[in-house]
Design a protein around this ligand. Structure first.
Ligand code: HPA
Length: 267
C-alpha cells in the first residue's frame, strides 16, 4: 500500500525515468504550465504521504513528473495555504520530498493583488524580495544554527536575471518587486493597502513566503513569479472575490505559463 511508502519512494517507483532538477509550485493562473510538460506522469497528492489535501477550488492536488524543454521537472499543481488551518508548515514534506528527488531549484508561482498603478491586472512580476507581515515561520521548533536562515537574496539574483532575459526575448513585460505575505483568507482593507504601499510593497498575496523560507532552509535556490489578478483593495472599482481572481488568472494564464515554460527550459 502506498501509505506505507514514503513519497520519495512512491514517486521513484511511478516515474523512474525522471530525475527532476527543478521543482515548480503552481499557483492560481499558472496551471497552463502542465500543457507544456512532455510525457507527464501524474500522481495525485492522495497517494503521497505528507502532501496537502487541497481544500481550495481551483487548486487541484497532483504532482506531475516530466520534461519541459529537456529539463526534468517535478511540478506541484496545488499547494497548501497557511490560511486553510493556520499551520504554516504544510509545504515542508513536499519540499523535502522534491529535494530528496534531486531538485535544486524551486520555481514558485502565485496570483497576487497589485498595489502599483503601473502594474494592472494581467501583469507579471518576478519577486525581488518579500515582506513577511504575518511574522509566522515554518521553522519554529527547529533546533541548531541552520534555523537562522539568511534571507538576503532569498530570491536568487541569477535566476531573476534569467527570468527577465527570457521575458524580454518573448516580448512579455516582466516587472520586478516586493511581495507582501498576508495570512488571509480575507482580502485586505483599503487602509491596509495604503499602509503596505508606504512600506514598500508592490504586490500582496497569501502564499509563497513560507515555501521560500523552507526552501532556503533546505538549501534550495528560489525564484518566484506573480500574476496580478486584481488591483488591491481600494485601488479600483472592481470588487474582490476568489471567483474574480480565478477568472482573471484564466484570462492571463496563457502568457504566464508560456513565459514560465520558456524560463524552465533554460534552467
Ligand atoms: N490580496 C491578497 N491575495 C491575493 C489578492 C489580493 O488582492 N489577489 C490575489 N491574491
Amino acid at each position: 500500500m502506498t501509505t506505507t511508502k514514503t513519497a520519495v519512494q512512491w514517486v521513484q517507483e511511478r516515474a523512474p525515468q525522471y530525475r527532476p532538477r527543478v521543482a515548480v509550485v503552481l499557483g492560481s493562473g499558472w496551471g497552463g504550465l502542465t500543457t507544456h510538460i512532455e510525457q507527464p506522469v501524474r500522481i495525485p497528492y492522495a497517494e503521497l504521504e505528507g502532501f496537502p489535501k487541497a481544500t481550495v477550488p481551483g487548486h487541484q492536488g497532483e504532482l506531475w513528473l516530466g520534461r519541459i524543454g529537456g529539463v526534468d521537472v517535478a511540478v506541484m499543481s496545488g499547494r497548501k495555504h497557511a490560511y486553510e488551518t493556520g499551520d504554516v508548515t504544510g509545504m515542508r514534506v513536499p519540499l523535502e520530498t522534491l529535494r530528496e528527488l534531486g531538485c535544486r531549484i524551486v520555481v514558485q508561482t502565485n496570483a497576487a493583488g497589485s498595489v502599483r498603478a503601473d502594474m494592472p491586472p494581467g501583469s507579471l512580476m518576478v519577486l525581488s524580495d518579500h515582506i513577511n507581515l504575518t511574522q509566522r515561520s515554518p521553522l519554529i521548533g527547529e533546533g541548531g544554527a541552520e534555523r537562522f536562515v539568511n534571507l538576503s537574496d532569498a530570491y536568487d539574483p541569477d535566476l531573476r536575471a534569467l527570468a527577465k532575459e527570457t521575458a524580454a526575448q518573448l516580448g512579455v513585460p516582466l516587472h520586478e518587486g516586493v511581495y507582501v505575505w498576508l495570512m488571509g483568507p480575507q482580502f485586505e482593507t483599503p487602509a491596509e493597502i495604503r499602509m503596505f504601499q508606504k512600506l514598500g510593497a508592490d504586490a500582496v498575496g497569501m502564499s509563497t513566503v513560507p515555501e521560500t523560507i523552507l526552501s532556503r532552509y533546505l538549501g534550495l535556490r528560489v525564484v518566484a513569479l506573480s500574476l496580478m489578478t486584481n488591483m488591491a483593495a481600494g485601488l479600483s472599482a472592481e470588487s474582490l472575490s476568489h471567483a474574480h481572481t480565478l477568472a482573471q488568472a484564466k484570462a492571463s494564464g496563457d502568457t504566464a505559463s508560456t513565459l514560465l515554460a520558456r524560463f524552465i527550459a533554460r534552467l
